[in-house]
Design a protein around this ligand. Sequence first.
Ligand code: ATP
Ligand code: CA
Ligand code: CA
Length: 177
Amino acid sequence: MIEIEVKVRADHSKARPILDKIGAIKIGVESQSDIYFAVPYRDFAKTDEALRIRSLDGKAVLTYKGPKLDSVSKTRKEFETPVDEAATIEILHALGFSEAGVVRKKREVFSAGEITVCLDAVEELGEFLEVEIMAESENEFEASRAKLFKLLNQFGAGEEDSIRTSYLEMVLEKSKS
Ligand code: ATP
Ligand code: CA
Ligand code: CA
């Protein structure tokens, strides 16, 4: 799948009435704990890739994300599969992969037509809003990105507000200071 996503800082108390106004439907709330891995033969911070185990509600999902495909949004290939968390950590360690960092957040998920809106309250970082379309191919990517920015406009945000730094990078940056 192709992930077409835009992330902005957002005050959730201001975003909620707008979600109501546009008729977004609340899908659920998740407490997510993400362990990101680093591999010895590549620097994911440079290549813009990601290997992660996300645990939520007793389940775990392994995700690989490919490099970003454009300079404004966070569009990239993404593959996901359910896994056993403990076994997968053992396998990745045995292969020489190490843990790069952990990101914890509460994520409220809303559906606004084909767009998924997430209100993320990230530990140590604060409140964010992400809008996302998952597409089968890269063909629709520019049209999808335009739809995302059109929706973000309703929240008073534009291209200049788009954050391409990952939560992991922000958490790692914060732990340095
Ligand atoms: P999702 O949208 O899949 O739910 P998320 O919103 O929790 O994820 P994002 O910040 O959107 O988190 O994406 C995770 C990011 O972490 C990716 O952009 C990836 O490139 C970045 N990342 C992964 N591993 C590393 C690493 N070792 N160093 C720096 N950045 C990394
Ligand atoms: Ca996403
Ligand atoms: Ca994201």
